[in-house]
Design a protein around this ligand. Structure first.
Ligand SMILES: Nc1ncnc2c1ncn2[C@@H]1O[C@H](COP(=O)(O)OP(=O)(O)OP(=O)(O)O)[C@@H](O)[C@H]1O
Length: 555
């Protein structure tokens, strides 16, 4: 490992291919943006940099950083920023005909495959349906994670899958539908055609890949065949939390080391306070990683804060989080507060409290909280004369977005679903639209106020304060994690949640929660409580006192 404490050196590091492996908050994403500035003058005329991210949120994050370093115009002119599905969709649209795929194929969204599986689950109990669904998804993913033709997919399913998986795939092939995994598979097949690869390689003179630990070998293959020079990969295998979607951090890192040589390491955190790092280091060292030092330990009020809080009920915990957020925002109106739960179900009482609160809050998993999506729907409604049929409205909205932007398409579908429900009560689509909460979120930066999200959505993001409710066995780690490898992944999820925090982290739990059936049940503290105990310096009372001592933010 080549140790470079500051990214300044790594940006300029003059390797053709550069691999950067570093813990959270050390500036990996920032490095990509700065490296783009270094690479642009080296591009040939008409060439661009291909920037690839794993998810749409990561794409917004990287876009924001690129824009702050390069400016809007240079970013637009020199960098194509895609998530993997978007990049794959572009290849399949442009060249799919080579494989007999109609270039006008309907873009899949997150539900296309699950809608096809749903009829097979009808009438089954929740557990049996959940297991069957998982098994079918796993079979299909395994059969499609290599450049298999449709016939080879069916052969793989016949050899290794259950009959229902083959049934779903046969029906898909007959109808000519494309699912998410088919996009990547077809793109991988196409990029192996030398003439097609050569087009992309001429067009892209450099490549930036963020969060390489989240990639499947298939995504990596697609990336490295799309651009063959000046490739920069950044990531942190200890933040690998996507093995359930096919990510293989160890294999991917091995391959990248072959391509790039020894990785560069960044060892200083620019994100977190000494207290937050103290807590974070307990987890990362437990996972075999290195302990991080803060860049400027004296820059933080009282060195930051870490809190362990316990409540009798989920409702009490939620009320406290709302109250503490209010105190923080009163002292620091521009503070960003992330309330990060491992799983959405655990956030229920908290979401309910913030839905009634006067504090500014955004739910990241609710598409209708996204001003961009609402604007798209509003514009389309106006064009269609004010009160359109929902199906017509959907077509109109989708016609206005980039056909390869699957995540936005999925958000639109989700928002329209929600709109449909609201319209039933409100009497019309227009009346329902008035009820959508429009937030002032013009750009990609995280706005001051409260953000409610789940661990996986928070990947790559940061907040001044992070609340992690639900530090209970069954939630952290999730009750779904049974194998050793799954529990290790849950441990990394904890690392990801903690490492989103800049100034302070508040871990909390409730003794009693309400089940889906409305019955109270008792909880036990997370298995990792002992590991973290010495890193938690105070409790909920100490938190409020710390906030009370904090100086008022000057305006
Ligand atoms: N050299 C630097 N000087 C000043 N600030 C920096 C520097 N590098 C990064 N930062 C800031 O530190 C914070 C964390 O950086 P960044 O998000 O790039 O880290 P990361 O390694 O990508 O984290 P993660 O792995 O959690 O996604 C950001 O606010 C960034 O602007």
């Amino acid at each position: 490992m080549i140790e470079i404490p500051d990214y300044g050196e790594a940006v300029k590091y003059d390797a053709q291919n550069l691999l950067v492996i570093a813990p959270p908050g050390c500036g990996k994403t920032e490095l990509l943006a700065r490296r783009a500035a270094l690479l642009i003058p080296r591009l040939s005329p008409n060439q661009k940099i291909l920037a690839l991210t794993f998810s749409n949120k990561a794409k917004s994050n990287l876009t924001g950083r690129l824009v702050s370093v390069l400016g809007v115009e240079r970013t637009r002119k020199y960098v194509s920023i895609h998530n993997f599905h978007g990049h794959a969709a572009e290849i399949v649209r442009a060249h799919g005909r080579t494989l007999g795929i109609d270039p006008q194929f309907n873009m899949p969204d997150k539900r296309t495959q699950s809608d096809a599986i749903a009829p097979l689950l009808d009438g089954l109990s929740e557990n049996v349906a959940g297991d069957l669904n998982r098994r079918i998804e796993e079979d299909l993913r395994n059969a499609k994670q290599r450049p298999n033709s449709d016939c080879q997919v069916l052969e793989a399913l016949a050899a290794h899958g259950i009959t229902q998986s083959a049934e779903i795939e046969s029906a898909r092939q007959e109808s000519g539908t494309i699912y998410y995994d088919d996009l990547l598979r077809h793109a991988q097949r196409l990029i192996r055609v030398p003439e097609i690869a050569s087009l992309y390689r001429k067009h892209y003179g450099a490549m930036l890949v963020d969060e390489f630990q989240d990639l499947s070998p298939q995504q990596l293959d697609l990336a490295i065949r799309s651009c063959e020079q000046s490739r920069t990969f950044v990531g942190d295998p200890l933040q690998g939390i996507y093995s359930w979607t096919g990510a293989r951090p160890i294999d991917v890192e091995r391959r990248l080391r072959k391509i790039c040589g020894e990785p560069v390491d960044l060892g200083v955190s620019y994100r977190s306070s000494p207290r937050v790092l103290g807590l974070l280091n307990l987890v990362s060292v437990g996972l075999g990683g290195q302990a991080l030092q803060p860049k400027d330990p004296n820059a933080w009020f009282e060195e930051g804060i870490t809190v362990g809080a316990k409540f009798s009920t989920g409702a009490e915990e939620a009320a406290f989080i709302e109250r503490a957020s209010g105190h923080i925002l009163k002292k620091q109106p521009s503070a960003t507060i992330g309330i990060i739960c491992r799983a959405a179900w655990r956030r229920k009482p908290i979401d309910a409290v913030f839905a009634e609160s006067s504090l500014p809050s955004t739910r990241w998993d609710l598409a209708v909280d996204d001003a961009g999506i609402i604007e798209l729907i509003n514009d389309a409604t106006t064009r269609l004369g004010g009160n359109p049929d929902l199906a017509v409205l959907k077509t109109e909205v989708l016609a206005r977005i980039d056909a390869t932007d699957l995540d936005t398409a999925a958000d639109v579908a989700e928002a329209l679903d929600h709109l449909e429900k609201l319209a039933t009560d409100a009497g019309s689509i227009q009346a329902a639209l008035m009820q959508f909460r429009i937030l002032d979120q013009g750009d990609t930066a995280i706005r001051p106020g409260v953000h409610l999200l789940n661990a996986h959505t928070g990947k790559g993001q940061q907040f001044d304060w992070v609340f992690i409710p639900g530090f209970e066995q069954g939630h952290v780690p999730s009750f779904l994690a049974k194998k050793q490898s799954e529990i290790a992944e849950e441990h990394r999820v904890l690392l990801v949640m903690l490492s989103r925090a800049r100034h302070g982290v508040i871990l909390s739990r409730a003794d009693s929660l309400i089940s889906k059936k409305g019955q109270p049940y008792s909880t036990r503290v997370s298995t990792w409580a002992n590991e973290l105990r010495i890193g938690l310096i105070t409790d909920q009372v100490g938190l409020l006192e710390h906030v009370a001592r904090m100086p008022e933010q000057s305006s």
